[in-house]
Structure formats: C-alpha cells, structure tokens
Ligand binder design. Structure first.
Ligand code: B3K
Ligand code: ZN
Length: 853
C-alpha cells in the first residue's frame, strides 16, 4: 500500500459547494443517490473521486450519462477524464448500492443490532458514495432518508418528514468525514438549552427503548459543556438541534458529526447500578470533547489528515480544562499525566514513535494516537504557559475569527499566536515535528548566596529522526527552604538551548527546588535526588502535582530495588511518609487516594530499565504486592478506621466529592485485603454494595485472591445482568485483569469460549483480549509465551472482520524490545505470524511493519 506524505499535499482540483443525498435504506442493498455541485479549483484536470466497496449503478454530468471511455473505475477510485467535464461549474450525479449488513469494519454505513449508523472519520464516507473524500472539501448537505425505521436522522436541522421518509439540511459547510446518518427503533431523552444570545436549542439523546432512564447524566454533562464553552471560549452552538446517539458496536469512544454526535453506548449510558465513578467521569469528559469539536474541528477543520492534532490536541486540551473546572485541577492533572506517561511516553519510546504532526502514513486511522491527542494537548498547554492566559485568550479569539469555515494547518494555528504576541514561534513549532520525549538533567550549585540551576535537554533518536534539536521547554519552578517555606514562588523558566543555567540571588540558604510544577512540560526529569529530599517535597511542596510526583518517585525507587532483589528491605521512612499522608486532614480524599496508590507495573519495569536492568514482569508484580502489603501493615489500624468512617450509607451520587471519598475507600480496601488471605472485608464490601463502583472495587480483589466466593459473586452478577452488555463487559474485564498472572492466559482462553463472548463487538473484544494484553501485564508476558499466542490467535481472527480494532490492539507488542531475549523471540515469532498472513489489512500491516522495522 502506498505511503501518503505531507510534502505531497496538493490543493483539490475541484471543490464541492453542495451535496444532495438520498438514501433508500435496506440492510443488504441500500441505494445511495448523490448530486454534487462541483466547481473547478486549479485549472483543467481529471476529477478523482474516492469510492470503496461500492457498486456503481450510474453516473451523470449535468444530467447526461458519461461515455464509458470517460471513466476509469478502480477498487478505490473513480476518475472522470478532463475532456468529459465542462469548463465551468457542473453537477455530478451518482447512484450506488452498498451492503450495510455486510460491513463488519464499522466504518462507513453499517448496522449495529438492527440499527443503521455511520462512521465517516477519517475515510468512511467513500464507502457510502463516490466523493473527493478529503477534509479540505467543505460543502453544505441536504439529505433525504427513505425507510420503514421509526427514527431517521442526519446532520443539521430537520426540514420535513412523512411516513417512511425524513429530510435534513445542514447549512454549515463541512468536510465529508462529519457526515452522519442514523435510522432505527430509537427513543429520545429530551431537554433544551438557551444559548448566550437567547436562542433555544433542542437537545436529544437517542437510545434503544429501555435505556432512556440512563441518559440523565450525559444530558447534564452536555448542558454544562455548552455553558462552559460560552463562558470560557465565547463559543455558541449554531444549529436548532443537537443530537447524540448511543450505539453498541463502535470502534472508538465517540464521533463529533455535525449536530449528530454518535457515541459508543459505554460513554452515554449511566446509572448507579451499571456505571462506576470512572465511567461517569469519562462520560462527562467525552460528551464535552465531542461537543467542543463543534468549533475546534467542525467550524474550523483540518486541511489534510496530517493536521489531525489541530483539532484533536486542541479539543483534548479544552476537555481537560473543562474537567479540571468541574472536578478540581490537581486531581485532573495527575490523572491526565498518568495516562500521558502510560500511553504516550510508551509510544514515544518505541518503534511507533511519531511527531505530533506526522509526516507520512499508510493508514490514517493508525494515527489517532496518544501522541496526536494527548501530547498534542500538552503542546497547547505549554504554549499557553509561555504566552500567558491573557494572550492565549486573544489568540483563540483571533483563531475563531480568522479561520471560521476554513480547513487549516498547524501553520495557521501558530500564526495567530505570533500575530497576537509579536513573537517568533519557529523554535516552539519543533514540538509538532520532532518525536520523542526530551530528557532533562538537573545540576545544582550553591555558593553561600547564589543558587544556580543548570538544566540540560536531550531527546533520543526515534524512527526516521536520528538527530534532535533543542525544544522550547517551559519549566515552572519554585524554591523551598528547609523549613518548608516557599523561598521563591512559581516562576516559568524557559529552557530553549541544549543547556542553560538560571541564577537565583540573595537566598538565605541552599533551597530545595520544585521543578516542572503542574507537569509544565511533557518531559522526563532525570534528577539525582535522595529519598530524604523526595520525602521532604512529598510533605512540603505547595504544588499538588509535585507532591504526588515525589511520592511516586520515592515508591519507584524502592520498587525497582525490590524487583531486582526480592530479599531487600523496605525503607521505613517511605511507609512513615505514606502514613502521615493518610492521616493528613487537610488533603482532599481524591488526591489522597492518588498519593497512596503505587505506580503501575509498567512504571516499575521502566524504572528497572533506567537502572540498567532487564525487567522480569513477574518480579515487578511481586515487588508491587510486597510494597503494598508493607504499607498495609504499617498503617493497619488507621486504614481500617478511615475505611469505616468513609462508609456512606446515603444513596449513591456521582458528584466529584462523593466519588473522591469512594476512591479513597476503594484504595484502603485494596490495602486491607493485602492482610486478609480470606478477603473478608472485600466480601462484606461486595455484599453491601448498592452501586457498580463498590462492586468493581471488591470483585477484582476476590478474583485475585482466588477465593471460591469470587466464582459465586461472578455467577450472581452474571445472572442479574446477563442482558446488559455494558455490565457484562465489566464482568469479563474484571476476570481478564485480576486473574493472577500465572494462570491468566488459560482463564482468558476460557472466557473466549463463553457464549456471551461476541468477539465481533469491539467493546467485548477489548474487555477480554484488550484488557488481558494491556492490564494484566505479568499475565500477558508470561515467560512461556502463552499470552502472546492467545493475543495473536485472536488478532488473526479479527483482522479480516475489523482491521481498525485489530491494528490498535496489535500495539500491545510495541514494547517488545524492552524484554529479555526469550520473550523477545516469542513476541517476534507471533508478530511474524501476523505479518505473513495473506490478505492482512493495511491497518494491521502498517502497525506490525513499523514495530518490526
Ligand atoms: N474524531 C473522532 C475519532 C475518529 C477516529 C477515526 N478512526 C473522535 C474524537 O476524537 O473526538
Ligand atoms: Zn476528538
């Protein structure tokens, strides 16, 4: 398959001003009639339209059929010869037939449990009709749907309907990837919103009958998002109607189609008994994210797919700001950074590393990555830190003013900041083109009066980029005195050379620095620092992020020792610091829960590697168990007391305060269970649970302990919830995640034999196979290779059915070089089995190819 390059970009030869579509829906033979109003754009040339898996019935230009020799039809394109086209504007009419039921890729028009739905980003529209399917072609759309389905939806405002048909019109020019159509037996949960200029907007969440009572939270999150975007970014909604549809078969989280967002049901439906606190939080964040795309993505879109971070980085940044405003910034930041390190740092350090704005791809769907999304958001956060909140606001206002209705590039984005601030951002822009995570080393000097801080930056080579340039790195720093007072409050140092020294004069004593406060840049800080200093900052830093960070660094130091020498002893100072934290009345419970949590097993493996070793996943797993048990032992009495005090017998509410208390209580339950071979407290926790959060806190502990009661609990949850897919997904996931690593592969293989393992459904596949490969790390990496074989067998089976989901899960192998020779050989052999497949999708082929390169 060809490599698509940013440097090959060419303006489209023809624009499309308006699109009329008519759909005659049928599960296996849907007819699509299109009428495109086309305008030449770059002088006389052939007209190239994309089209895949389409049966062409007819094509006409200005009402006249085309001669056969004026057309070239391939598997993926329809080319109309230049000679066959009139000189000026023309209309192109096409009739095609498609098979939604046969479309298992969930890309284009497909069916999910009897309902018609679409997914067009990035290149799904070409599976619906012939079209120049690229985001720099923006058109208005009028759509007519004919079918017997009770509900028929498309983008924009409804214009007319009757028995068996409905018509829609979207007045805002949009790229084809934002097109959507839904038809089926749906009911709606309704509300309305009064915009800042006093217009009333209808809000509708469409779900299957029976799910209507689980839409309240999503609706509330939507209204809060709409208000927030008005108040913080001055952005008002622009149609009479905003619709969300929940769909069970979906490749990702959700999609921001204009006026008709389509969501994975998992990120819409919530009630105490089916959703955890984490689910509520994700629903709020994703509803906000898709809504915010209306301006950052839809009104202003991307010129080409290389610019994906233009809409995704900015929209992630905006949804993180929103969630911080809703739930508290410290906890939000820690959660965001945990996820950035787990997914993006991992990506940046391996064979799939690529810049925030990639320069080439085979399959664009493979670039909806943590780098484009989360690092893309970090880059915007740094820009805001560097120019200041006020200039950021002016730049955004200018961006919306200048580029509304356009398909833009990162150059356009950077230019508004340059124009507003009058500074040259050329060096800053390297963040978009240079892959890899910078490593910062720190040197301190103190001469009795002046404190000198020397920072050095270095980025390791990544695929295709052997040499790296210095980046502009904002280092938010403060200095503390030995009594814990702030000697120098937070100041942003700008590191833009390979090495730089910063001086602080007139200090009474040698200060203790608190660097990268709030994680002010996505970098790895390599600072030789004693555990005593870590404990000091954990106790005294005024920056909550660094407070948490120091506890994590301290734990990682101990864990990497434990993971290489199981006999080593655990420093009591660490346990004492944790005990002090637990008892600190001033800390908020959600923060405390995070600060008392241990790093992930992957963090421990990284720490072992940093120290020059080759991590053994099982030894890292045991190190975590040992440290957790030691913490529990040290704090036993207090833990039980606080656990009991947090028992809230009022009804469940999903608000951040209550959720924070539950998360602390869940963490304490985990600790208590380390000291109870019979996990009696977890048993009681489960018995008294009246909500899914409590159930999912206790259940994994029973499974991990291998208690017969776990089987009973799983049996009774199954009996009560076998008709609810979202609960069943959790039921599967808990087992795939918490089964002890020694026999997880067998347990997961057995789960795949379960009659409810509907492997063609992405949520179900991810709950079992994805969770095993990504969340049961020691089990997946078992030395005999059983985990690798299990994943590979299933990827091979899924690839012909659903290439996008297969390619994503193939990323489980991206860290293969971090392991010992034996594991490397086993992973390599399994990847080779995939690479050798006849008819392997270009999605999976590209990922495996890059991993093996
Ligand atoms: N823009 C979509 C993702 C589309 C993924 C295509 N493979 C959801 C989002 O980022 O909001
Ligand atoms: Zn997005």
């Amino acid at each position: 398959p060809p490599m698509i390059k940013l440097s090959d970009y060419q303006a489209p030869a023809f624009l499309v001003r308006h699109v009329d579509l008519k759909f005659c829906l049928h599960p296996t033979a849907t007819r699509v009639f299109s009428r495109l109003e086309c305008v030449p754009n770059t002088g006389k040339s052939a007209f190239l339209l994309n089209g895949e898996e389409l049966q062409l019935i007819s094509v006409e230009i200005d009402g006249k059929p085309l001669a056969d020799d004026a057309l070239i039809l391939t598997e993926t394109t329809l080319e109309i010869a230049a000679d066959a086209l009139p000189d000026g504007d023309f209309t192109l009419c096409c009739e095609t037939e498609i098979n939604p039921e046969g479309n298992t890729s969930l890309d284009g028009l497909y069916m999910s449990k009897g309902m018609y739905c679409t997914q067009c980003e990035a290149e799904g529209f070409r599976k619906i009709t012939f079209f120049p399917d690229r985001p720099d072609i923006m058109a208005t759309y009028s759509v007519r749907i004919e079918s017997d389905e009770p509900v028929m939806l498309s983008n924009g405002n409804p214009t007319a309907s009757g028995p068996g048909w409905a018509e829609w019109h979207d007045p805002w020019p949009k790229p084809s990837y934002l097109f959507a159509l839904v038809a089926g037996n749906l009911v709606s949960y309704d509300d309305s919103f009064l915009t800042m200029s006093g217009r009333e907007v209808g809000l509708k969440i469409y779900v299957r009958p029976g799910d209507k009572h689980r839409c309240e939270y999503a609706m509330d999150a939507l209204k809060r998002s709409m208000r927030w975007d008005e108040q913080v970014y001055g952005r008002e909604y622009d149609l009479d109607l905003f619709m969300i549809v929940a769909v069970d078969d979906f490749n990702m989280g959700a999609m921001e189609n204009k006026g008709l967002n389509i969501f994975n049901s998992k990120y819409v439906l919530a009630s105490a008994e089916i959703a955890t606190d984490r689910d509520y939080e994700l629903i709020e964040g994703i509803i906000a994210h898709e809504y915010f795309h209306n301006w950052t993505g839809n009104r202003i879109t991307c010129r080409d797919w290389f610019q994906l971070c233009l809409k995704e980085g900015l929209t992630v940044y905006r949804d993180q700001q929103f969630s911080g405003d809703q739930r508290g910034h410290a906890v939000q930041r820690i959660d965001d950074v945990k996820m950035l390190r787990a997914r993006q740092f991992r990506e940046d350090a391996g064979p799939l590393a690529h810049p925030v704005r990639p320069e080439e791809y085979i399959e664009i769907n493979n670039f909806y990555t943590a780098t484009v999304y989360e690092k893309g958001a970090e880059v915007i956060g740094m820009l805001r830190t560097l120019v200041g909140a006020e200039a950021y606001e002016r730049a955004l206002t200018l961006y919306f003013q200048r580029h509304d209705g356009q398909a833009c590039t990162i150059e356009d984005w950077i230019k508004v900041f340059e124009d507003v601030t009058g500074t040259d951002l050329a060096q800053f822009k390297r963040w978009y083109s240079q892959a890899g995570t910078p490593r910062i080393s720190v040197k301190e000097d103190w001469d009795g009066n002046t404190y000198m801080l020397t920072l050095t930056q270095k980025t390791d080579p990544t695929p295709g980029q052997p040499d790296k340039q210095p980046l502009v790195i904002p280092v938010a720093s403060g200095l503390l005195g030995s009594d814990g007072t702030e000697l120098h409050s937070t100041e942003v140092l700008v590191l833009d050379k390979a090495e730089q020294t910063y001086r602080f004069e007139g200090l009474p004593e040698k200060p203790i620095p608190s660097l990268f406060r709030g994680f002010s840049a996505p970098v790895i800080v390599e600072r030789k620092i004693s555990n005593a200093e870590r404990a000091f900052l954990l106790a005294n830093d005024t920056d909550p992020f660094n407070k948490w960070e120091m506890g994590r660094a301290y734990a990682l130091d101990l864990l990497s020792v434990l993971a290489t020498d199981a006999e080593s002893t655990i420093e009591p100072d660490f346990l004492n610091a944790m005990a002090t934290l637990l008892e600190d009345q001033t800390l908020d419970p959600a923060f405390k829960a995070l600060a008392l949590s241990l790093p992930s097993i992957e963090d421990v493996m990284d720490a072992v590697r940093q120290g020059g070793g080759t991590p053994d996943p099982m030894a890292c797993y045991d190190a975590l168990s040992r440290l957790d048990t030691a913490m529990a032992g040290r704090m036993k009495g207090t833990i039980e007391q606080i656990y009991n005090a947090l028992d809230n017998d009022g009804p469940y509410t999903p608000d951040p305060q209550a959720a924070g208390e539950r998360s602390l209580r869940g963490r304490l339950l985990g600790l208590i269970s380390r000291l109870e071979p019979n996990v009696e407290t977890a048993m009681r926790h489960l018995a008294h649970a009246d909500n899914m959060t409590d159930i999912m806190q206790a259940l994994p502990l029973l499974i991990r302990a291998g208690r017969p009661e776990a089987k009973e609990a799983l049996g009774s949850i199954y009996e009560s919830w076998k008709h609810n897919d979202l609960v069943l997904d959790k039921w599967f996931a808990a087992q795939a995640m918490a089964t002890p690593p020694e026999h997880a592969a067998e347990a997961v293989a057995q789960l795949t034999e379960h009659p409810d393992f509907h492997w063609k459904n992405p949520n179900r596949f991810r709950s079992v196979i994805g969770v095993f490969a990504m969340a049961n790390v020691a089990g997946f990496h078992r030395a005999d290779g059983a985990g690798y074989k299990l994943l590979t067998d299933w990827l091979i089976r899924l690839d012909p059915v659903n290439p996008q989901t297969t390619a994503r899960l193939a990323g489980a192998f991206e860290t293969w070089r971090n392991f010992d020779d034996g594991r490397q050989a086993l992973m390599l052999g399994n990847m080779q089995r995939i690479a050798d497949l006849k008819g392997l999708s270009k999605d999976t082929g590209e990922i495996i190819g890059r991993i093996l390169e």
